[in-house]
Design a binder for this molecule. Sequence first.
Ligand SMILES: NC(=O)c1ccc[n+]([C@@H]2O[C@H](COP(=O)([O-])OP(=O)(O)OC[C@H]3O[C@@H](n4cnc5c(N)ncnc54)[C@H](O)[C@@H]3O)[C@@H](O)[C@H]2O)c1
Ligand SMILES: O=C(O)C(=O)C[C@]1(C(=O)O)C=C[C@@H](O)C=C1
Length: 305
Amino acid sequence: MLPFARLTIIGTGLIGSSLARAVRAKMPGVTLTGHDLDPDVRARAQALQLFDDIADSAGAAVTDADLVILAVPPLAMSAVADSLAGDLPPDAVISDVGSVKTSVRDALMAALPGPQRIVPAHPVAGTENSGPEAGFAELFDGRWCILTPPDVADPVNVERLAEFWRRLGSEIEIMTAEHHDMVLAVTSHLPHLIAYTIVGTASDVEDVTRSEVIKYSAGGFRDFTRIAASDPTMWRDVFLANKDAVLAMLQRFTEDLTALQRAIRWDDGDTLHRHFSATRDTRRRVIDAGQDTAAPDFGRGPRSA
Ligand SMILES: NC(=O)c1ccc[n+]([C@@H]2O[C@H](COP(=O)([O-])OP(=O)(O)OC[C@H]3O[C@@H](n4cnc5c(N)ncnc54)[C@H](O)[C@@H]3O)[C@@H](O)[C@H]2O)c1
Ligand SMILES: O=C(O)C(=O)C[C@]1(C(=O)O)C=C[C@@H](O)C=C1
């Protein structure tokens, strides 16, 4: 039996449209309704035939749902929850896919009746692209989906949502929202901040012209440019919504960077070698855990392009 029969997705961009495609492919019996604030995005989602129905408002989209998933930028969650609160069926489970969990949990709990049906989630899978055309059904295959149910969440609803994500190919982990935000600050948010910084710095360096930066960006810099092309609205929201954890990790990072700077200044090759050997081990552990190749190149375009 399907864990849910009528799914509504609010926000039909990269993640919302990937969800719709994955549900179509893996749970074809589910009725899919979508809504996006942007009429142009709604029209594009309609043209792609991703949903059985596209509604003009969030309220109209949820009236018949048994699962509602918010796939909008983190700081838009609160407004969306407000706009659909009056139309939500009493037993519908409500979740999201936001990259930050504490602020989203608090926003949903404040706006919506029935805290036992709120089960926030974060599929740790994505790309630098945005919009309904960028989505693909395989995005969640073999990737973690972290559930961060508040204490008051009904365990039956938590298990139904876990089963929903398992059927999309994800592996489930359950943790508190606060723990999630601390872990993701170092594994996802800080790396994005570093990429945004290095790409900006390289473009600004006075004695290297912009065209030379692009011309010689075959190696490490090229990988940074992919990450630094990620959606500006989403990432502005991530850093503002997870401010405390990101600032704590940034403090630690700055200290470690200063230690390496010192080692270079004082020709301390041993320190550099020890550090680089340890990070090489970390890379091996990431590969062994299947967390690099599990992120396919679907939707990213050929690496050599
Ligand atoms: N991009 C990733 O790699 C990734 C991965 C995992 C989770 N997430 C999370 O998924 C969510 C969506 O990100 P995305 O990458 O799909 O972004 P996206 O820009 O591709 O799509 C977001 C959509 O939300 C719509 N939207 C914005 N405000 C709205 C509102 N008030 N009501 C209805 N629609 C609204 C936008 O018009 C847009 O179409 C974010 O919370 C993000 O943190 C992103
Ligand atoms: O591969 C990428 O493009 C991503 O940035 C994906 C990534 C990540 O940092 O791992 C980005 C944000 C999400 O919340 C989850 C996944």
